[in-house]
Design a binder for this molecule. Sequence first.
Ligand code: TEU
Ligand code: CA
Length: 538
Amino acid sequence: MNKPAWWRNGIVYQIYPRSFADSNKDGIGDLPGITAKLDYLADLGIDAIWLSPINPSPDVDFGYDVSNYLDIDPKYGTLADFDKLVAEAHRRGIKIVLDLVLNHSSDQHEWFKSARQSKDSPYHDYYLWRDPSPNGGQPNNWSSVFGGKGWEYVPELGQYYFHMFYKEQPDLNWQNPKVRQALLDVFRFWLARGADGFRLDVFNCYYKDAGFRSNPARIGIRAFDQQDHVYDINQPEMVPLVEEIRQIVDTNPDGYVIGETFISTADKAAFYSAPGRLHAAFNFELLECPWKPDKFLKKIQSWEQALDTGGWPNWVLNNHDNPRSATRFGRGEDDLRLKAAAAILLTLRGTVFMYYGEEIGMRDVPISRSEVMDPIGKRYWPIFKGRDGCRAPMQWDATSNAGFSQAKPWLKLNQDYPQRNVAAQKSEPNSLFYFYRKLIQLRKELPALRDGMFLPLTYDPKRIFAYLRKTDTQSVIVAVNFSSKPTRFFLGREAAKNNWQPVLSNYPDRVPEIRNSELMLLKDEVCILVSNEPEKSR
Ligand code: TEU
Ligand code: CA
C-alpha cells in the first residue's frame, strides 16, 4: 500500500517571518531566526512550516507586495539562508511551504516600473491597463477590497491600471502568455531550491473577465460587497491553470499546493480542490465561527458535505489576517476553552493549520492609533483597526523583548509575555503547549484519528459538541461542553457498553468515566475516549 501523503494528516505551522525570531538585532524576524527554532517546532510535532512571503518587498502589505519573485528579502536573509533553512528543516522531517503572491506584484517590481513608463514597454501588458470609459471615468465598476475604486489613473499614460488590493499592488495580467509562463516558472524555481509546497495568495482572483464587464450590483455593507463578483473573481480560465499548477507541483513527490480561496465558501474550496486540481483550498469556516456548539457542527458538516466529491478537508483557527482564537474564544488568561478548541482542531478529519503562538495561547496585542502598522488599519481606523493584533512578536521567554529580539521589535509586544511564553509553558506540565503536543501525538498514534470517518453525535446541540472518529477496529469520542455549567452527555446504552478508555481531558486530574450511559462534562471540558473494538450499534 502507498504511504499516505504527509499532508493528509499533517500539521502545517504558519510563521509570520517578521514576528518569529530575530537573529541580527534589527527588531525584525528572519530566516536564521527560524532555523534556530526548528528544534522547538520538531519537538512540538508539526510536519511543515508555511512561511508568509519572504520575497523582496517594499512592505506596503508586509510581504504581500512582491518586488522580485526569485529572491529572498535582505531583511530576512539570503538565498543561502533559505537553503540552510530547507536543509535543516528536512533533516528534522519538516517540509517547507512557501507563500506565492501571484495575483499582483508590488508597484516596485521591475515589470511594473517599466510597464508604467510607456505603453510601448515590453512589460506594459503584464498588468491590467484600460483606457478611461467613453465618458472619461473609471473603465468599469470593479472595486478594491482594501477600499475605494479598483482603478488607479496614470496621467502620463492616460490609462488606468487595476488593483484588487492596495494601489501599490497592481494585478498581473494572467491572460498574457508571457506572464503566465514567468509566474509558472516561479513554482519551478522554488521547487528546484527545495520547497515542498506552496500556499497561493488569493489564487481565484488571478484571471479577470477578458471583456472587463462591470459586476452586477447587489446588497452589501462595504462598497466591495455591493457587487456580485462575477467578472473579477473565479473566471473559467482558472480551472486549466490550477490543473497545470498541480502538475508542476507534483514533479516533487511530496509536493503540496493549497490555495487561499478569496471570498471562500466550502463549495468554492471543494471546486478548486477536486481531483486533478489543487491538493487543497482553504475554507475559513472555523476562523469565523463563534464559540457555539451548534455553529461548530454546522460549519464542519457543510465542509464535509461539500467535499463529498473526493476533496480533503483542512482546518484553520488562526492566520495572519484575523483576530486570534485565543482572543475570540478565551476568557481572560484562562486556557480551558483554548484546550477544548485545540482538541477539536486536532481530532477532525483533514489537514490542520496552526499559526505561530497558537500553541501558547497568544492573545491579540491591543493596538492604539499611533501604533498601527497595517495600512488598512490606518485607513479605516477606528471602524477597522487593522490586522496587527494577531501579528505581534512570538513570546519565547520572560527576558527583554520576550526573547524575540535584542532590539526593539518592529511591532509592539503583548504585555502578558512575562507570564505567557514558551519557556514558562515548557516548565508547566499542564500548560496549553503540552496539551497541543499531546494532541499532536495522539493524532499520529490513533488510527481512528488518522483514517476514521467523522460522525457527529447530536445530543444537546446547544451545550455539547460531540463526535466519533471511527474505523473498523477503533472508535474515538470527542465531547466538548461549551456551557459554563457541568453538563451530562448521554451516549446511549448500547454505545456505552463499549470498553471506553479515557485518553485526555483539559482538567488535568480528571479521569473521564462513562456511568449509566452518560459522561459528565465539567464546565468548558473536553474529553477524549477511545475504544479498540468495533463500536456497538447505537
Ligand atoms: O488575503 C486576502 C483576503 O481575503 C484579505 O485581504 C482580507 O480581505 C483582509 O485580510 C481583510 O481582513 C491575502 C493575504 O492573506 C493578506 O494578508 C493580503 O493582504 C492579501 O491577500 C493581499 O495579498
Ligand atoms: Ca532580523
